[in-house]
Design a protein around this ligand. Structure first.
Ligand code: ASP
Length: 346
C-alpha cells in the first residue's frame, strides 16, 4: 500500500546535466544531454581502464558502495562491484547475502535501506517488486535529512518495472556499434511484458529523441509491451510496430534485442510452458538478418538462444554483441558512480 502510494507520488529528480547526489531509479530522469554527458564519460573511462591508468582509483577513493540484492544477479552485481573497485572505492554487503541480514528477521525494506544508508555513500539495490527502488529512494531522502553523509540509491532492477542502468549500457552499446541512433530499426523480441530491460530501453530511446528510427515489438499476444510504455513512445513521436511474427521485421532490423521469457514472473507454470518456445534465436535464424545487424541480449540466456552448441556458434558471429554489452556495463556504471558520487568526469 505504502509502496503504491510512493510509486504514484514520488518523482525522482531529473538529471538535467547534474548527476551528483541524485538517485537513479528510472530512465525518465534522463534527457538527451544527460546521455551524451554519460556516454562521453564512459568512453573516456573505458580508454583509461584499457590503458591501465592508475589515476582512476582516485575518482572514488574513500567512498563506499553497499550492494543490496534481494533478487539474483550476476552481471549487474559484479559489474557494479568491479566498477566501484576500479574507481578506488570499497564495496560492502551482508556477508552471506541480504537474505541473511535482518531481512531474515522480518525487517522491512525501508529500514534495511536506511541501515545501508548509514554506512555507505551509494546503495545499488535490486528487488523483485516493482516500485521498490522508489520506496528505497523515498526513505533514503528522509534519512539523508538527518545524517551528515547523504546516500544515493541506484536501482539494479525493480521487479517487472525498470532496469535503468541496463538501458544505459544497451544504448551505449548501440551507439558504439552503429555510431548513431537515427535511421535504425530496433527490434525487441520476447517477453516484452515482464522484461524490465526492454521497458527501460524503449523509453530511453524515445527520451533520447531519434529521427527516422522505429521500434519494432515482437512478442506473443500475452507478452506484449505494456500499453503505458507504448503510449509514452508514441507520444514522443517514435514510430512503433507491433507483431507476433518475427519474419515481418527480421531482415530489416539493424538492432535485434533478444530476451528471455521471464519464467519467475509467471504465476501459472502452464502459461509459461505455453509460450516458452515461441521465439528461439538460432544460427539458422540469424542468417536471415542483415549482414550489419547487431544481436543483443541482456543475459542470462536459456533456451531462447537455442542449445549450448547454438550458443557457441552464435557467439562467434561478429553480429553478436552481448559480451560487449556485458563489458560496457562496467564502464557505464563506472561513469555513473563517479558522477553521482562526485560529479566528476566529463
Ligand atoms: N538480467 C536482466 C534483468 O535482470 C535480464 C533477465 O534477467 O532476463 O532484468
Amino acid at each position: 500500500m505504502i509502496r503504491e502510494m510512493i510509486l504514484q507520488t514520488y518523482t525522482p529528480a531529473p538529471i538535467e546535466g547534474t548527476f551528483v547526489g541524485k538517485h537513479i531509479v528510472t530512465v525518465d530522469q534522463f534527457a538527451h544531454k544527460d546521455l551524451e554527458i554519460l556516454f562521453h564519460a564512459t568512453m573516456s573511462l573505458r580508454k583509461r581502464v584499457r590503458e591501465h591508468d592508475r589515476g582512476l582509483t582516485e575518482l572514488c577513493a574513500g567512498r563506499v558502495m553497499a550492494s543490496l540484492f534481494f533478487e539474483a544477479s550476476t552481471r549487474t552485481d559484479l559489474s557494479f562491484q568491479a566498477a566501484m573497485r576500479r574507481l578506488g572505492g570499497d564495496v560492502i554487503g551482508a556477508s552471506n547475502g541480504v537474505q541473511f541480514s535482518s531481512v531474515y528477521k522480518g525487517e522491512n525494506l525501508a529500514d534495511t535501506v536506511r541501515a545501508a544508508g548509514c554506512y555507505a555513500d551509494v546503495i545499488v539495490m535490486r528487488h523483485p517488486q516493482q516500485g521498490a527502488s522508489f520506496e528505497a529512494a523515498y526513505y533514503l531522502d528522509k534519512l539523508n535529512k538527518r545524517i551528515d553523509n547523504p546516500t544515493v540509491l541506484i536501482s539494479g532492477g525493480d521487479g517487472i518495472g525498470e532496469h535503468p542502468t541496463q538501458a544505459l549500457l544497451d544504448m551505449f552499446t548501440i551507439f558504439d556499434r552503429k555510431k548513431k541512433f537515427d535511421d535504425l530499426t530496433i527490434t525487441l523480441v520476447g517477453d516484452l511484458r515482464n522484461g524490465r530491460t526492454v521497458h527501460s530501453l524503449a523509453k530511453l530511446i524515445a527520451r533520447y529523441g531519434v529521427t527516422n528510427t522505429r521500434l519494432a515489438f515482437v512478442a506473443p499476444d500475452s507478452l506484449r509491451m505494456p500499453e503505458n510504455i507504448c503510449e509514452i513512445i508514441n507520444t514522443s513521436g517514435v514510430e512503433t510496430y507491433e507483431t507476433d511474427n518475427l519474419m515481418d521485421v527480421l531482415d530489416s532490423s539493424d538492432v535485434i534485442y533478444w530476451t528471455r521469457i521471464q519464467e519467475e514472473r509467471f504465476e501459472n507454470p502452464a502459461d509459461y510452458d505455453a509460450i516458452k518456445d515461441r521465439f528461439i534465436m538460432t544460427p539458422e535464424l540469424l542468417k536471415q538478418a542483415k549482414a550489419d545487424a547487431i544481436l543483443m541480449h541482456p543475459l542470462p540466456r536459456k533456451h531462447e538462444m537455442g542449445t549450448q552448441s547454438d550458443h557457441d556458434v552464435l557467439d562467434e558471429d561478429p553480429r553478436a554483441v552481448y559480451f560487449e554489452q556485458m563489458e560496457n556495463g562496467m564502464f557505464v556504471r563506472m561513469a555513473l558512480l563517479a558522477k553521482v558520487l562526485r560529479g566528476v568526469y566529463v
